[in-house]
Design a protein around this ligand. Sequence first.
Ligand code: S1T
Length: 555
Amino acid sequence: MTLGLSLLRALKNHGAREIFGIPGDFILPLFAQIEESGILPLVTLSHEPGLGFAADAAARMHGGIGVVAVTYGAGALNTVNAVASAYAERSPLVVLAGCPGAVEAHAGLLLHHQVRHVDSQWRIYQEITCDQVRLSDPATAPADIARVLRSCREYSQPVLIEVPRDMALAPMAEVPVLPPSAYSNEAVQECADEWLARLRAARRPVLVLDVEVRRFGIEDKVAELARRLQIPVLTTFMGRGLLADDALRRGVQLRGTYLGVAGDAATTALLDDSDLPVMLGAILSDVNFGVSAQRMDFRRALIAAHREVRVGHHLYPNIPLAALVEALLERVPPGRVVAAEPAPAAPPPPTGLLADDAPLCAGDLSRALNDRIRAHGPMPIVSDMGDCLFAAMELLPTLLVAPGYYATMGFGVPAGMGAQVALGERTVVLVGDGAFQMTGWELGNCPRLGLDPIVIVLNNQTWEMIRAFQTESRCAALGDWHLAQAADALGGRGHRVHTRAEFQAALDAAFAERGRFQLIEMMIPPGDSTPTLKRFSAGIHALRARAASAAHARA
Ligand code: S1T
């Protein structure tokens, strides 16, 4: 078997379902085998950042690994921001990057696509991947590929596999699937004992869930643990969309998303006033916890994330999240085991859009989608960065994928396309006009790929979040791009709406028509934003003012 075919089989055996790629001469020999073998379907898009976002979202949706295939230098470096986003958001992405063959790499000439050094691509990717391999030796390549793919799964982060141009057709043995990395079961049991002891002693424990719960496929186990513990459950900003399935949520005291000063006071108090936050899969980021009115003291928390567990001041290294949850379930029989007061229910998300001639506002987006979720059930939703992401925080429980921590723009449309490739289900994409200008044009590939997402553009004609944080910013004005008209030219159907009645009619028409993408351009007055963004920016301003006055007092 050739190195290329063995690599493709290995990717499939490790959970890949498709490859998103753009070819180049350094990776063409591998592309030929991708196309001829059909081991994994090849999905091409127009620009490498879109490939990365699409593959990231596909992995999050199908629970396997995402794969991008790009050429050396120009292709791989175009993909950097999307890979960095996957690294930050714990998304398992394999980057197959072409690179020069042994002879040409040392021929003495500067190669096209080469940067400072022939190894510049490798050096840049070391910063945004958890493991790397260059397939220069078919004798060692199978073991190296096996190791790198296991790292991708176990750390749920991107890895780099460089495929030299002259190696794709080299004979190579099959790639084994390695057993899970070793860890100490004794440490897991000791950790679970300590967690249970602290849980039983706590007066106001709260369970906080974040993205690794889905990345490691243990949402059902965590839901069962929550049911048995019978303590309040929150998701982080990034974890919004966890336990979206009604059956999963049954019997779980899910009380919403922690948004700190931007959130509902009773929901925020569940964490701020808790004597024992129990954080599963939590990324300790500013977006998740930076909006707390008081600086969060994580020493009072139990935190399991990134294969390690913190209990107060001490650390258990190399503890897989799934193993810890399993050990906790063994110790927690069904029924109440901790004396937690029942938490107040979170306020219901907004519903009941009035289909009248009132001008649209940003708050109407979540209201309209909640009406549809209530009437037709949850739907896969992908959000970009911008006020649309704050609208997503106002939705009823539904499958949601978004760059909640790394917060890059441009994610939404290609990720929505990747999600439909992965799920085989239509997706709804929420995106601002600024982010749409970055990668929205990937929609032009939908007719060729047979995809028909419904894209809702919050068109306020500004980078509104920039204006919300710095009102005097004049550079935020974007002008009107008439995106609905562009949609028709790209093979979709555009709807430009100004009133709530027009928005409701456009949604009805969009959901009723399959087979081509729909773009609904919500015309929102500049300066308007969702209630959640309003509270978020007010909270950030208040926290900054408090910090400034405290610093002034100390001076
Ligand atoms: N570039 C990229 C790739 N990602 C970013 N997050 C930013 C720049 C900074 C940034 C935001 S929010 C925002 C920018 C430029 C404006 C978004 O505008 P739009 O998509 O129109 O949405 P809305 O009008 O709802 O804000 C965050 C703070 O980093």
